[in-house]
Write a protein that binds this ligand. Structure first.
Ligand SMILES: [Ca+2]
Ligand SMILES: [Ca+2]
Length: 627
């Protein structure tokens, strides 16, 4: 099953129909600023076909565009100099906005990355070789970023895509980066209020100037005031940050692989846990990584932010949730969001994990804010198809009633399908998914059985010994191991469609007060040499000390059993017939957790341990006998 819309829209006739339409509109198209002969520029206007803004020849020539930069005055003073911080902004807009009286909506991206970033070398990250629950070793600060003056063009992203379609494109540099004043705060309030100020300016409610100090005032007379924001990763976080302010004029956002909570980025269920590919990264490392602003401000910013509130709040000892992290979790501010939100993420994004988009999508959908979600099966980043984005921005920025509100709410790229051909779902998770409880049976040092039927009789306890030298793939591939426990279903008689957020409950005891806990869901048999994503279904991590509270972990009493229940990362995947679904329980996850010395012993009580797997069609799909 695939979307008819995406099939038809890839067909050349779209271009032909556009040509035909432009032919009809020819007397009103093209302009004096373009090489083509034709009527005056002032007649050129955005053109829509099939509910999407089209490339208009009169808007296509970059030589006809107007580019300039300016500084918008914000409502905060984060660098402590007693004056409102000004943020650096660039604008690219069709020439007709000056010569033809045209007013256009705006596609806007803001980022802390436009003026260079710090070293990605791990020697400036936290050293993850430490015992769980201990104070971390001291971190080497990252070398300073060389300050760049980059104007008037901050970035050319989105310009080629949207200016020819009748939009202006605006960029701004996050506070404390590049030529923007203020301090970098990595999720602080000024990162939400800075784009709010830019949107206020685009609506005539804030002032802008030609210089960072003083300067002539600049007005956005060419703007309709309707703004859409997009961007990937950190640049996808900031549209959500802006939207939480409820600023008028921010009509639509398309966050791509956004981080929606710094706690969920750097911690997992009470545990210190690195983003995949960035071992030892933490919020203060990201501060150093984006700290490209005026060197004269850096001492004040380091003292108040990195060595101030971050040092006091980030807590790499317990990993618990606290007020510092709560203030950097956009779900806590989601009530303010009114912008129509098209989320995009990937189920194999192990850097910014797939829960980040789902938690916001779910909250917005529940509140009745227009929201859709697009998931593909790849890794970090990857926008929705242009058609989907175009319909979204056309509806909410140009106000064209294209019926996008009646579209399916969820778009899931099936395994092996092109990212441009998602399968429409009425919602995500698939509405027919039901939680199926699966129970482990003794034998996890090899592969014990995992079944929907409660085993008859007690299964008792089984043990594993932590060894961070072995990664999760090696542990899952091993026929037997003392370093993990693995339980798998019988071979599937038919494909099983998992859709949603699996949840595990692990009843465990440890031989010491603190331990890592990692859980992977895998598809077996393991294919050696294949990409890990061929066999990895999803995974999750938790701190057993947080078994009853995310904010107040308690040291474990060695030998005492605790029920640790937590969500794995959301997923949507079809496990082929003939495979077995495996639940692997282990301690340190080499690619994500801290690296304690090997030897921690975990005892798992199988009678209190189970998996709840969201399966489309429910338990019947798993309970069928083999063959
Ligand atoms: Ca200031
Ligand atoms: Ca903890």
């Amino acid at each position: 099953m695939s979307s008819p819309r995406f099939r038809t829209s890839r067909v050349p006739p779209l271009v032909l129909s556009l040509g035909a339409l432009l032919g009809q509109a020819a007397p009103a198209a093209a302009g004096g600023q373009t090489p083509q002969a034709g009527p005056p520029a002032e007649a050129a206007r955005p053109v829509f076909v099939d509910g999407q803004a089209q490339v208009v020849p009169a808007f296509e020539d970059p030589a006809s565009w107007i580019r300039h930069d300016l500084w918008v005055e914000t409502e905060f003073d984060s660098d402590g100099d007693g004056r409102p911080d000004r943020v650096h902004v660039d604008v690219t807009r069709p020439g007709q906005t000056d010569d033809g009286g045209l007013r256009v909506p705006v596609i806007y991206e803001t980022s802390p990355y436009y003026s260079g970033t710090g070293s990605p070398s791990q020697q400036f990250f936290w050293d993850i070789r430490q015992e769980v629950g201990d104070a971390p070793p001291r971190r080497n600060p990252m070398p300073s970023i060389t300050h760049q003056s980059r104007r008037p063009t901050i970035s050319s992203s989105h310009v080629g895509q949207w200016v020819p379609r009748g939009f202006a494109v605006v960029h701004s540099q996050s506070p404390g980066t590049g030529l923007s004043q203020g301090c970098p705060t990595v999720g602080g309030d000024n990162e939400s209020l800075a784009p709010k100020a830019v949107i206020d300016w685009l609506n005539g409610r804030a002032r802008a100037f030609t210089a960072p100090e003083g300067g002539e005032e600049v007005e956005a007379y060419w703007s309709t005031g309707r703004v859409g924001m997009t961007g990937t990763s950190y640049n996808g976080t900031l549209p959500i940050a802006a939207a939480t302010t409820g600023v008028e004029g921010l009509e639509a956002i398309i966050p791509i692989a956004p981080n929606t909570s710094y706690y969920h980025y750097y911690r997992s269920n009470g545990l210190v846990r690195s983003p995949g590919g960035w071992p030892g990264e933490d919020i203060d490392v990201l501060y150093d990584f984006i700290n490209s602003g005026d060197p004269a401000r850096r001492a004040y910013c380091a003292e108040t932010v990195r060595d101030g509130e971050m040092a006091a709040g980030q807590d790499r000892v317990t990993g618990d949730y606290n007020e510092f992290w709560s203030g950097r979790d956009y779900l806590n501010d989601v009530d303010g969001v009114r912008a129509a939100t098209l989320m995009a993420h990937a189920f194999n994004d192990w850097n910014v994990m797939p829960e980040h988009s789902y938690r916001i999508y779910e909250a917005l959908a529940r509140r009745g804010v227009p929201a859709q979600i697009y998931y593909h099966q790849g890794g970090h980043g990857g926008p929705p198809p242009l058609e989907l984005m175009n319909r979204w921005f056309t509806r909410y920025l140009h106000g064209v009633e294209n019926g996008v509100e009646q579209d399916p709410r969820a778009w899931i790229v099936r395994e092996g399908a092109e990212p441009s051909e998602p399968t429409p779902y009425p919602d995500y998770p698939h509405p027919e998914a039901r939680p199926v409880r699966l129970h482990p049976q003794a034998g996890g040092a090899g592969i014990g059985l995992l079944s929907t039927a409660s085993p008859s009789g007690r299964q008792g306890t089984e043990e594993l010994v932590d060894d961070v030298a072995l990664d999760g793939a090696a542990l899952a591939a091993a026929a037997t191991s003392v370093n993990r426990l693995l339980y798998a279903t019988a071979e599937l008689a038919r494909p099983v469609h998992v859709s949603g957020t699996p949840r595990v409950t692990v009843r465990l005891a440890a031989d010491r007060p603190a331990a890592n806990l990692s859980v992977w869901l895998v598809s077996l048999p393991w294919s050696d040499g294949a990409p890990i994503t061929d066999n990895l279904i999803t995974r999750g991590w938790a701190d057993p000390q947080n078994h009853s509270s995310l904010t107040e972990g308690r040291p474990l009493v060695p030998g005492e059993l605790y029920d640790v229940a937590f969500d794995l990362q959301p997923d949507d995947q079809i496990i082929p017939a003939g495979q077995r679904i495996g639940l692997m329980i282990f301690s340190s996850d080499r690619d994500f957790t801290l690296w304690p010395e090997p030897g921690t012993e975990l005892t798992i009580d199988l009678d209190g341990t189970f998996l709840e797997l969201p399966v489309v069609g429910g338990a019947a799909e798993l309970a069928r006998p083999v063959g």
